[in-house]
Ligand binder design. Structure first.
Ligand code: MG
Ligand code: ZN
Length: 193
């Protein structure tokens, strides 16, 4: 048993959810937050959710960029949001792809979304309450990873509207801001100052 009660979290996809998806983003100079993202993350924070990023980065397995470059970019993204008052506690990445070119990363894994490995690992290490948590992304595999972890999956955009079967643990919203607004008063948790 954990001595502390577990906390609800929101797991965020990175590319195409927090920033414009340029395809294998690697330079912070090319990082362009999407409209409404900062307001959305502040609302989530104010509703008592802890924030994490869970990102497939198959560009590592494909040999497009080294792990270190992704870790460096992710740190700069965390610092960017920190400067806006938003604490993203950790950025989890999956570096794998079954058809990669870099041998050590070229395999099936439990962490590449739609698999729930990144979320389960974060939940274990950070004492998170998956039942009351969300995984938000612009691709069905993000929502599926959330559902597979026992959280609620949230699909943003019309990217793939109607492609997911109706499921009680699946929500769809036209924007991350509208999702964040829907959280107000919608759950039993309150932020503890
Ligand atoms: Mg995405
Ligand atoms: Zn993986």
């Amino acid at each position: 048993m954990h001595p502390q009660p577990s906390s609800p979290a929101i797991f965020l996809d990175r590319d195409g959810t927090l920033h414009r998806d340029t395809g294998y983003l690697i330079r912070f100079e090319d990082f362009e937050p999407l409209p409404g993202v900062e307001e959305a993350l502040l609302l989530m924070r104010d509703q008592g959710f802890r924030l994490f990023i869970a990102s497939n980065q198959s560009g590592i397995a494909r040999g497009f960029f080294p792990m270190e470059a992704v870790l460096d970019l992710n740190q700069k993204i965390q610092e960017y949001f920190k400067s806006k008052g938003i604490d993203i506690e950790e950025v989890a990445i999956c570096p794998h792809h079954p058809e990669g070119t870099v041998e050590i990363y070229s395999r099936e894994c439990d962490c590449r979304k739609p698999n729930p490995g990144m979320l389960l690992d974060l939940a274990k290490r950070h004492n998170l309450d998956l039942e009351h948590s969300y995984m938000v992304g612009d691709h069905p595999r993000d929502a599926k990873a959330g559902m597979a972890a026992g959280a609620t999956g949230v699909l943003i955009h019309a990217n793939s509207a109607g492609s997911l079967d109706k499921h009680t643990r699946l929500k769809e919203f036209p924007s991350i801001l509208e999702f964040a607004r829907s959280l107000r008063g919608a759950h039993a948790y309150h932020a503890h100052a």
